[in-house]
Design a protein around this ligand. Structure first.
Ligand SMILES: Cc1cc2nc3c(=O)[nH]c(=O)nc-3n(C[C@H](O)[C@H](O)[C@H](O)COP(=O)(O)OP(=O)(O)OC[C@H]3O[C@@H](n4cnc5c(N)ncnc54)[C@H](O)[C@@H]3O)c2cc1C
Length: 383
């Protein structure tokens, strides 16, 4: 017999676990389906840490969502009695006209956010473990910090389950169909039906929504942990997160969480992934070269040879803004994808928007700028 739910969530990673939690908290009968073990390292929500910030250089329209996501992360910490967020601040470094610096200042101005602007020498005095190019401006956002990514996903799953959500791992969705009022979902184990389907499939969204021909590109991203060889780099000693924009690329990193190594990565670049079943998860010299050069020039406290590494996936939309919307054909199918390497901090507020859309088909959260309509000039391909 086909089991029946109010909502099925396809993919229980960062966004899917948030959607399960929000829906279950509202009393919906929820089924979350995850192809891998829960909190795994094969998608986009692993690797210890994620930056969270409010002076959003990508676009000021994200700021109201960020203000809400901060509230929801704090509520999640409170409800689960766990530390998920270290508010260590974020130092942005770039020339004054760079997207990073001018964009962050614009968002801060428009939304009256607290940032501090300083010269490179002053920033270096404040954080001696970091050096900044003389021509750069440094903007510090004290309310920014880092989220412990796996702990966050686990907390969302645990709370969802406590509220009654059924979450099944190692179960892959093979196909779904909708008639506008209900959905049928077939997995490699069973068949389920529900009133609504929420598709939070991360890098697999293109596959799960083939009929839409979404203009998404998956990128392989390398992340390294580099030994701390001198100075203070600990999350407990005032070391902030940091993000540098250069003409040749953007690089970012975190304070040390284990007191021995610190994570550094490049936000720009990455390799196009043509086949999700064949992701190259080995380390190549070319993965390390640019990171090591960045570390050697700006972070003398770190040894530029990585001690360990991880491979993660970005799901890029053409304009690098998210896609959160109703399916254009079936309004009981809700889509959240294209998080373009900056989505994790939003997980709880995206979960809230998805729960609104799945239950009422509308939301009062300001997400119109993330609608699928903006790609309507890109013809939708049909199989
Ligand atoms: C290296 C790196 C650094 C990042 N840094 C930041 C940062 O500092 N700040 C920030 O805010 N964001 C950052 N991001 C982006 C952020 O992590 C992602 O936007 C976010 O995690 C995406 O979540 P998701 O739920 O869409 O994907 P995922 O967490 O990957 O979840 C998708 C899930 O769907 C499952 N799934 C797919 N298809 C099926 C199927 N057919 N059946 C069952 N299950 C299925 C997958 O297995 C997966 O678990 C970073 C990303 C990476 C890779």
């Amino acid at each position: 017999m086909t089991a029946v739910f109010d909502v099925i969530v396809l993919g229980v990673g960062g966004m899917g676990s948030a959607a399960c939690q929000q829906l279950a908290a509202r009393g919906a009968k929820v089924l979350g389906l995850e192809q891998f073990p829960l909190v795994h390292d094969r998608g986009s929500s692993h690797g210890e840490s994620r930056i969270i910030r409010q002076a959003y250089f990508e676009h000021p329209d994200y700021v109201p969502l960020l203000l809400r996501t901060y509230e929801l992360w704090r509520q999640l910490e409170h409800s689960t009695n766990r530390t998920l967020f270290h508010q260590v601040g974020l130092a942005l470094s770039g020339i004054s006209t760079s997207e990073t610096i001018s964009g962050a200042k614009k968002s801060a101005d428009l939304h009256r956010l607290n940032i501090e602007e300083m010269k490179p020498a002053e920033a270096h005095r404040r954080w001696p473990s970091l050096t900044f190019p003389a021509e750069h401006t440094v903007v510090f956002e004290p309310l920014a910090g880092l989220l412990l990514v796996e702990r966050c996903v686990q907390a969302q799953i645990d709370l969802a389950q406590q509220c009654g959500a059924e979450i099944r791992s190692h179960e892959r969705v093979l196909e779904w169909s909708s008639n506008g009022t209900s959905v049928l979902v077939r997995t490699d184990r069973a068949e389920y039906s529900a009133g609504s389907l929420v598709v939070t499939a991360g890098a697999w969204a293109g596959q799960c929504l083939k009929e839409l021909g979404l203009p998404l590109e998956v990128q392989r991203k390398y992340v390294g942990w580099f030994p701390v060889r001198q100075g203070s780099f600990s999350v407990n000693e005032g070391m902030p997160t940091y993000f540098y924009e250069f003409p040749h690329g953007t690089f970012y990193g975190f304070p040390s969480i284990d007191e021995k190594t610190a994570k550094v990565a490049e936000h720009s670049g990455g390799q196009f992934v043509p086949d999700l079943d064949q992701i190259d998860r080995s380390q190549h010299e070319s993965d390390v070269t640019r990171l090591s050069a960045f570390i050697s020039s700006q972070i003398p406290s770190l040894d530029p040879t990585p001690e360990r590494y991880s491979v993660c996936l970005y799901t890029m939309s053409p304009d690098q803004h998210f896609i959160v919307d109703l399916h254009p054909e079936w309004s009981n199918v809700i889509i959240a994808t294209g998080f373009s390497g900056h989505g994790f901090k939003f997980a709880p507020v995206i979960g809230e928007a998805l729960a609104d859309l799945a239950t009422t088909r509308t939301t009062s959260l300001p997400i119109t700028f993330l609608s699928l309509n903006r790609f309507r000039s890109t013809p939708l391909r049909h199989p």
